[in-house]
Write a protein that binds this ligand. Structure first.
Ligand code: G4P
Length: 530
């Protein structure tokens, strides 16, 4: 392939994640985006889609029970000459580790806000991660068909709570029962809202320029006056908008709508695709890596076992950072320095998989993994290449996991090993107990439930979870005197991690500081190999 073609393929890619608090409407918005992109033929109700999804994978039953989204996947569709990759990130706070890693694969983020609730806790956390990465953030304020907070207050809340300037690309006209539509500030056009169920009504609302008397008539005098006043205010006192400021993450373009009613979604998509960045250069140990560099490179940001219970497979998700992938190509796995053939890469397409023949920087591909690959691993044609390290999250909840039936020992060890490789759990072993009763560390409590569920459903193993009172883990040097001291202390438990690094589990920060001061022990926040 020549360089010009490679360049235009990559320039057409938009890879983003939707970040939101649970229930803001992420599933609904994703579905509508797929619908506009022609990736799905019918927008069933959100429920139908969710039900369908659960049916494809047993362990997602847990999601249904809890009403939350645990898995994350990447979906691709083409729209008006763009190739759009949506990274689906779970919204529940307990799954933040996985979410944070997924966000490293995005070039921009869409922050979805429930208009009645404003900026919620999880949105704030995820926003901060995106901010740290310096990626552009777009805002979609959803559910204007319901009673909402005042739009000016919402804009203000985004600025105050998140510390980013907001710029309204369109503006809502009324809300709830009186929601009339949106006003596009770039074109001066009004798009009239029509609730899904009101489609059969005899006189459809007229869309067109605000100056059009029939458009004004449909909106009503009071709302036209209010809209004109608010637009004037935004024009005069609003923030400065430019592509550069969006690129630098200084200002977030804000859109209003109702995902459930398909409303405002095409308007959003139109501007978003125009303004969102194509794949950007990545920092590496060999300097900035341009996505248009012809040689292929990418890294693994997620591993998931048993996505399809019938196949018992394990998929590693790769974010391509440069060049072009071709079916069957040979790459170097930099950690092991082994050559790997990427034989059957897959792409998740609305939960159905298809084999890929080619993919480009910006795309996400899934490859079968037999156990070699780990999160953060680099696959490349250029030996020695390394990307920035994956964020590391220290576990804060610990439990000893005991197998209920000793005959299942083999399956148990396999299950723990695979879930560890997915990055879902941290596995420790204490000095006096074998692998049968590991100590598991997780970031959020809910992960213990997922662990228990998955061990039972996917590996046929029942376990007992014995929660431990520790809240922090610190790594220590392998020094005999230190290990002896810590082993004898009643305040800590010495453990060994998966790579045989020594660590201590401690009740709290205070105890860690006390031990460290008293015995002059150096504690490390991360294992030495991350
Ligand atoms: P999530 O993935 O962010 O958790 O949210 P999801 O899309 O599942 O939406 C959460 C709820 O909000 C759903 O209602 C959904 O129908 C509703 N919703 C999404 N967008 C809009 C919107 O624009 N307007 C209104 N009024 N509601 C919206 P639910 O009652 O939990 O599910 P369902 O019974 O309606 O399927």
């Amino acid at each position: 392939m020549n360089q010009a073609d490679l360049k235009s393929e990559i320039a057409a890619r938009k890879t983003f994640a939707i970040i939101s608090h649970p229930d803001a409407g992420k599933t609904t918005l994703t579905e509508k985006l797929l619908l506009f992109g022609g990736a799905i033929r019918e927008a069933g109700s959100v429920k139908a889609r969710k039900a369908e999804r659960y049916a494809t994978s047993d362990w997602m039953e847990l999601e249904r029970q809890r009403g939350i989204s645990i898995t994350s996947s990447a979906l691709q569709f083409e729209y008006q000459g763009y190739v759009v990759n949506i990274l689906d990130t779970p919204g529940h706070q307990d799954f933040s580790e996985d979410t944070y890693r997924t966000l490293t694969a995005a070039d921009s983020a869409v922050m979805l806000i429930d208009a009645a609730k404003g900026v919620e806790a999880q949105t704030k956390k995820l926003f901060e991660v995106c901010r740290k990465r310096g990626i552009p953030i777009f805002t979609f304020i959803n559910k204007f068909d319901r009673n909402a907070k005042d739009p000016l207050d919402l804009m203000d809340e985004v600025e105050k709570v998140l510390g980013i300037e907001s710029f309204a690309m369109n503006w809502p006209i009324g809300m709830g029962q009186d929601f009339k539509g949106i006003y596009d500030r770039q074109t001066g056009q009004v798009e009239r809202f029509m609730e899904g169920s009101a489609r059969s009504s005899s006189i459809p609302p007229v869309s067109g320029p605000l100056s059009d008397p029939s458009v004004q008539e449909g909106i009503g005098e009071t709302l036209v006056k209010q809209l004109t006043d608010e637009i004037e205010l935004l024009d005069m006192a609003g923030n400065v908008f430019s592509q550069e400021r969006v690129d630098r993450g200084e200002v977030t373009p804000v859109f209003f709508g109702s995902a459930l009613n398909n409303f405002g979604v095409p308007n959003f998509l139109h501007y978003f695709l125009d303004l969102a960045p194509a794949p950007q250069p990545r920092s590496t140990n060999l300097g900035e890596l341009d996505p248009e560099t012809p040689s292929f490179s990418g890294y693994i940001f997620k591993i998931q076992a048993n996505m399809n219970t019938q196949h018992r497979d394990r998929i590693a998700f790769i974010r391509i950072c440069s060049g072009r992938y071709e079916r069957g190509m040979n790459v170097i796995h930099t950690r092991s320095r082994r050559r790997l053939r990427l034989a059957q890469p897959q792409q998740l397409f609305a939960q159905e998989r298809s084999i890929l023949d080619e993919a480009y920087a910006g795309d996400i591909i899934g490859v079968h993994d037999s156990g070699l690959l780990r999160i953060g691993d680099v696959l490349t044609e250029k030996d020695g290449l390394q990307f920035e390290a994956m964020p590391f999250f220290s576990p804060e909840n610990f439990a000893r996991i005991n197998i209920a039936n000793a005959l299942k020992r083999k399956q148990f060890i396999k299950g723990i090993q695979e879930l560890q490789e997915e990055g879902a759990i941290h596995v420790f072993r204490d000095l006096h107990v074998g692998v049968e009763a590991p100590i598991i560390g997780v970031v959020g409590q809910l992960q213990f439930e997922v662990l228990e569920y998955r061990l039972r459903e996917e590996y046929g193993v029942n376990v007992n979870i014995q929660h431990l009172p520790f809240e922090i883990v610190r790594w220590v040097k392998k020094d005999e005197k230190t290990i002896k001291l810590l082993s004898e202390s009643s305040m800590s438990t010495v453990v060994v991690d998966k790579d045989d690094n020594y660590a201590v589990l401690l009740l709290d920060e205070w105890k860690a500081n006390w031990l460290s001061d008293r015995y002059e022990i150096e504690f490390f926040l991360q294992p030495f190999d991350v």
